[in-house]
Design a protein around this ligand. Structure first.
Ligand code: ADP
Ligand code: ASP
Ligand code: MG
Length: 402
């Protein structure tokens, strides 16, 4: 007998028929003699719809009240799924985040799990009940409900698997695993049998939304092996673990992120400490910086360009204008850009990966604005309008037969 954690995303429980199908998967696992803890997201587009409802009333609503609203989506789906399981004749209990012992910090909208107090979940499992937990939510020290950030139910599932020392953590979704690119948008993608935590973390951070990046970070930290698989099609999925077979692949895949902005400061004084001043001020405002480029100095001035998330672009420009307007530097931002990346540990031992990527972009007539690399990634910044074409061209260069 094993303890299995299963997570079902919003599309997997979008309507009554899908809820019944998911209840079938859960009860089948339970009837084989396993203990089953389940995490479920809000149905379909519920979270987006709730955000829209809030915006109709107050687009500047406090984050606390937004969390109070958004946690309702998952409250509905745990109850409905538990009812479906009752109908199939199995013992079940639904729990909200606080009832399942999810204690978070006080960052409403993007809370971090501080710890899980699993006593209630354990007690219910000991009573041989299937436990259904609301994903994406917890409670903070002020007894307020918090949410973990979009896509946070993946993290809830991994956290439960770690806290209960589960034997398996299955992430059920609407595709059959992790693919070499988004299978809904790119032709000829291939499903990966395995991928390492590090590769999946980069893949998720750089835009592959199939797993939330925090969930992968946590899975690596607590050594929770993940399986990403479909709730609609019964076939083996993708395993995410510490070491994975390379399958003769140079890279694991291609992804894009359109939520980036490029900020430039042109004509700042070329004196020591400028980069320090700039980036410490930005980090003090909670603005995370990604790719950084500094020009060669000329006539006593230099330029610095960097990327940050689109959501932070306006704030970044404000901070920098405050810093540099007096010395005559010009601050500008460009939000119509995208970052296209390739990911894979295989590139460490093979030369020519970058030139293959750049060649594919050149042949597609796509101009590269900035480049950045890490041990297992190469990213380029391009015009947002070229992003889909770029992903397809690069994917075709690395996976030509498909
Ligand atoms: P869930 O509602 O189950 O959490 P998500 O919508 O968050 O599902 O994630 C699944 C989606 O991720 C898929 O429908 C797919 O379009 C998208 N996706 C993006 N990149 C990839 C990839 N490389 N492999 C698989 N799916 C991907
Ligand atoms: N319902 C939340 C969202 O839409 C959490 C999740 O789906 O993981 O972001
Ligand atoms: Mg998701």
């Amino acid at each position: 007998m094993a303890l299995i954690v299963q997570k079902f995303g919003g599309s997997s429980v979008a309507n009554a028929e899908r809820v019944m199908r998911v209840a079938g998967i859960i009860t089948e696992t339970y009837k084989k003699g396993n203990d089953v803890a389940v995490v479920v997201s809000a149905q379909g587009d519920t979270t987006d719809d709730l955000i829209e409802k809030a915006n109709e009333i107050n687009p500047n609503a406090s984050r606390r009240e937004m969390d109070m609203l958004l946690t309702a989506g998952e409250q509905m789906s745990v109850a409905l799924l538990a009812m479906a399981i009752e109908k199939l004749g199995c013992p079940v209990v639904s729990l909200l985040g606080w009832q399942a012992g999810f204690i978070t910090d006080t960052t409403y909208g993007a809370a971090r799990i501080k710890r899980i107090e699993p006593d209630r979940m354990r007690a219910e499992l000991d009573k041989k009940k299937i436990v259904i937990v609301a994903g994406f939510q917890g409670i903070n020290r002020l007894d307020d409900m918090t949410t973990l950030g979009r896509g946070g139910s993946d993290t809830s599932a991994v956290a439960i698997a770690a806290a209960l020392h589960a034997d398996r953590c299955q992430i059920f979704t609407d595709v059959t695993g992790v693919f070499t690119a988004d299978p809904r948008k790119v032709d000829g993608t291939v499903k990966l049998n395995e991928i390492t935590y590090d590769e999946m973390l980069e893949f998720a951070t750089l835009g592959a939304q199939v797993l939330n990046n925090r969930s992968v970070e946590m899975a690596k930290k607590y050594n929770v092996e993940l399986e990403v698989l479909s709730s609609m099609v019964k076939e083996p999925g993708t395993i995410v673990r510490e070491v994975a077979k390379m399958e003769k692949m140079l890279i694991r895949g291609v992804t894009k992120d359109t939520q980036v902005a490029r900020i430039s400061v042109v004509g700042m004084k070329d004196v020591p400490g400028n980069a320090f001043k700039m980036f410490s001020r930005l980090s003090g405002k909670g603005i995370n910086i990604d790719v950084i480029l500094q020009s060669v100095g000329r006539d006593g001035t230099k330029d610095i360009t960097f990327t940050c998330s689109k959501a932070n672009a306006e704030k970044a420009v404000e901070v920098l204008e405050d810093l540099y307007a007096a010395e005559g530097a010009v601050v500008s931002s460009d939000t119509s850009i995208a970052k296209v990346s390739i990911v894979g540990a295989g590139m460490q031992s093979h030369s020519g990966t970058a030139s293959k990527m750049f060649g594919a972009l050149y042949e597609a007539g796509i101009n590269i604005k900035m480049i950045s690399t890490s041990e297992i990634t190469i990213s380029v910044l391009i015009d947002a309008a070229d992003a889909d074409r770029a992903v397809s061209a690069v994917h075709k260069a690395f996976f030509p037969e498909n």
